[in-house]
Design a binder for this molecule. Structure first.
Ligand code: PLP
Length: 389
């Protein structure tokens, strides 16, 4: 069979591979603590589950408009107005099966041979994979530990060339937990005024998972660039809904019709039940979100303090999301070596920093979406491994 070159450029997300290896080891009787995969360990809040059951009973089981049902897009617009101080027309919102889809669609719309797309490294692996699939050149912005994994606006602006079509940004960030401060975003937005043809994809899927004293600032809140910002957000992380497969993108008016066509060609619509559940998530009580945030904050403090006690490990304060990305270069092992040894010899699944880009060498990612006792047990195993090593 003769297959295309671009399909061979498609990367992957190692978290799923590590998950499969961890599950295989568990099946063979090993005790494995999984701090690899990035999904909340909480159940979807009950009011959301009930809304989904009601939707099915009420007969909402058919196709919906490709961009999502209007009441959902309206409530998303209200939520954006409230949290990001931006007025959005619901017709610019496209509901998609998970946050990832907006990344892929953006790569398909902006990427082709000869084009350049800037993306964060270490960063969510799907960015580079989608860019390379599109044929465009993936241009990394090096996120540095000493900047608490934020970037400096000048570093980003310096990467722009006449071929740059799109810049992908992610704050709070996977895998680093880094948050870009407002001053840096202000400088970036000022600098971007010189490049009116460059679009920005702002991945804000962790916007509500942010810890004191850090604050989320949305790129949607800057009117001067709003007509070229694509906002990515969704329900997966905030409402513990990773398996429901629902997220959204807010798209500039000039391209939203292409996005709707991509949706029609690709998936027709998101399943109706998930859309009704998503309405309840945004409209209903938010106590469960606050509860999960408090739990993550507690776990964050535990994991950072435990990691800092370990030989050869240095760990930043994690400002957002639910990841810690310690520097492990003083252990004498590479990221992949440590990932493999921790899985096979200590029974702790983590992800090598290099799964998130070349600049991830010297780091590993822990997802702290597990309860405090589990985290403490994992930390004990890692400490014993490092002390023996
Ligand atoms: N963006 C980032 C930065 C992520 O970490 C993830 C998931 O891990 C996504 C997008 C995709 O989220 P979803 O599961 O809704 O597709």
């Amino acid at each position: 069979m003769k297959i295309t070159k671009h399909i061979q450029n498609l990367g992957t997300e190692s978290a799923f591979e590590v998950l499969a290896r961890a599950q295989a080891l568990e099946c063979s009787g090993e005790s494995i603590i999984n701090l690899g995969i990035g999904q909340p360990d909480f159940r979807t809040p009950e009011n959301i589950v009930e809304a989904a059951q009601k939707a099915l009973r009420d007969g909402h089981h058919g196709y919906t408009p490709a961009n999502g049902i209007l009441p959902l897009r309206e409530i998303v617009a209200e939520d954006i107005e409230m949290r990001r101080k931006a007025t959005i027309n619901p017709n610019n919102i496209v509901i998609v099966p998970g946050g990832k889809v907006t990344i892929f669609f953006a790569a398909l719309i902006f990427g082709e041979k000869g084009a350049e797309i800037i993306y964060p490294d270490p960063g969510f692996p799907i960015y580079r994979s989608a860019i390379e699939f599109s044929g465009a050149t993936a241009v990394p912005i090096h996120l540095k530990e000493e900047k608490n994994f934020s970037f400096s606006a000048t570093d980003v602006l310096d990467k722009i060339t006449p071929a740059t079509r799109l810049i992908i940004l992610n704050s709070p960030a996977n895998p680093t937990g880094g948050v870009v401060p407002k001053e840096e975003l202000d400088c970036l937005v000022d600098g971007l005024l010189k490049y009116p043809r460059v679009a920005i994809l702002s991945d804000e899927i962790y916007s509500r998972l942010i810890y004191e004293p850090y604050k989320h600032v949305s790129l949607m809140s800057y009117p001067s660039i709003r007509d070229r910002v694509i906002l990515l957000d969704g329900w997966s992380k905030t409402y513990a809904m990773t398996g429901w497969r629902i997220g959204y993108g807010v798209w500039p008016s000039s391209i939203v019709d292409y996005v709707n066509r991509l949706a029609i060609n690709n998936h027709s619509c998101v399943n109706a039940v998930a859309q009704f559940a998503a309405i309840e998530a945004l409209k209903g009580p938010q106590e469960s979100v606050r509860y999960m945030l408090r739990a993550f904050d507690k776990r964050r403090k535990v994991i950072v303090s435990e990691l800092r006690k370990m030989p050869g490990i240095r760990c930043n304060d994690c400002a957002g999301a639910f990841y810690a990305m310690p520097n492990i270069s003083n252990t004498g092992l590479t990221s992949t070596e440590l990932q493999d040894k921790l899985l096979e010899e200590a029974g702790v699944a983590v992800i090598a920093g290099t799964s998130f880009g070349d600049y991830g060498e010297g780091f590993i990612r822990f997802s702290y979406a597990a309860n405090v006792d589990t985290i403490l047990e994992a930390m004990d195993r890692v400490r014993r491994f490092l002390e023996d090593y």
